[in-house]
Write a protein that binds this ligand. Structure first.
Ligand SMILES: [Fe+2]
Length: 361
């Protein structure tokens, strides 16, 4: 059994302001990593700036993180950082939070070039504060940073485990998030829970997080279909995402995530939607006990009803045959990509999962 969760996490209204001292205790110079728009619209960036200014902490902002950030995007942020940076603050969805971890790694190792990102070695990193403004990634608590590698036409997780030191969740930041973002990210969180439960590395601890959050997920279809916009619904969505992050911190994700990355890279399919499309086929190939346990916890009578719900929330996906062939070949030929799946997988099973999950054109 393995357990490690070193991140201090708080989830409450006005979370940033309430924990101003915890943020300022990280050092005298902060580097804020965020995207172009949402952190300005939901107030999170202003809250952070106000806390830093009150605490007389100097700061610099990089607001150029792209969706599914690439190595080049991270290095652009690294180049514009102040030399005196003591800590990094990531604000936003999975993209800025993942980028902030990669930036913290590079800033702590100024004599290294971008090769360090994917080098398997012991490398330090600057402290990272994470402030999520979507409800799926769990990146605020996980040690993972997933970047786009253009040379491989896909996304891949850094081999370094970069645990944030402090995660601050204010559920009200979801209030300005578009419906599609809530839907796609809530499905991503469901993916983390299902892939963590049906996982070779699953343990009593990881299943504890899954069990609790899957039972919370029971309320999610009603919230999303009826567009229930309340503090309580935002808090539920944010905490499911955080619990799912705690689960995958111990197990990693599995096949649906691996299958999703080429769809996001090549077809620009949002991450949660791409993951969600493969979830039910992944479950159907798992042991019947795990499958039924997951269904009963999140309130679905059959896998098909869950599949219909995911499609209703996120829509269907069409994939060109050439891309399907390339994905199946890439994944089946790389044992690392199949590593967390608890059942044997070969090309035939991957094709079964593919054919059941998407329309091949
Ligand atoms: Fe994910």
């Amino acid at each position: 059994m393995y357990y490690k969760l070193p991140t201090e996490l708080h989830c409450e209204k006005n979370c940033i302001i309430n924990h101003a001292d915890d943020i300022c205790a990280h050092g005298k110079s902060a580097y804020i990593i965020t995207g172009k728009h949402s952190s300005k619209e939901n107030g999170s960036l202003n809250d952070v700036i106000s806390v830093l200014e009150s605490g007389h902490i100097s700061y610099k902002i990089f607001d150029g993180v792209c969706e599914n950030p690439s190595i080049e995007n991270v290095m652009e942020a690294v180049k514009t950082a102040s030399e005196s940076t003591d800590f990094v603050i990531g604000i936003g969805g999975g993209s800025p939070l993942d980028a902030s971890k990669a930036v913290s790694l590079m800033l702590a190792n100024p004599d290294k070039n971008e090769d360090l990102l994917y080098q398997k070695c012991d490398a330090g990193y600057l402290p990272v504060v994470t402030i999520p403004t979507t409800c799926g990634t769990g990146s605020e608590i996980t040690p993972y940073s997933i970047l786009t590698i253009h040379s491989l036409c896909t996304k891949s997780s850094l081999p370094h485990k970069i645990y944030p030191s402090l995660a601050l969740i204010d559920p009200m930041y979801l209030d300005s998030a578009p419906d599609t973002v809530l839907k796609n990210t809530a499905i991503d969180a469901l993916g983390h829970l299902i892939e963590s439960y049906i996982n070779k590395n699953a343990s009593g601890i990881s299943k504890m997080f899954c069990n609790h959050a899957l039972s919370m997920w029971k309320a999610v279809p009603y919230i999303l279909k009826n567009n229930i916009r309340s503090y309580e619904s935002y808090e539920l969505l944010m905490m499911i995402s955080a619990y799912a992050g705690m689960a995958i911190s111990h197990t990693g994700t599995s096949l649906p995530h691996k299958l999703s990355y080429p769809l996001t890279y090549e077809r620009n399919v949002p991450h949660g939607k791409a993951v969600g499309t493969f979830l039910c086929a992944y479950m159907r190939h798992a042991d019947i006990y795990s499958c039924n346990h997951i269904l009963s916890l999140c309130g679905f009578a059959t896998v098909q009803i869950l599949a219909d719900t995911i499609h209703e929330l996120c829509g269907h996906i069409e994939v060109p045959l050439s891309l399907a062939k390339k994905s199946v070949k890439d994944i089946s030929s790389d044992p690392k990509k199949l590593g967390n799946c608890p059942y044997p997988v070969n090309e035939e099973i991957l094709w079964d999962i593919y054919n059941e999950s998407v329309k091949i054109i």
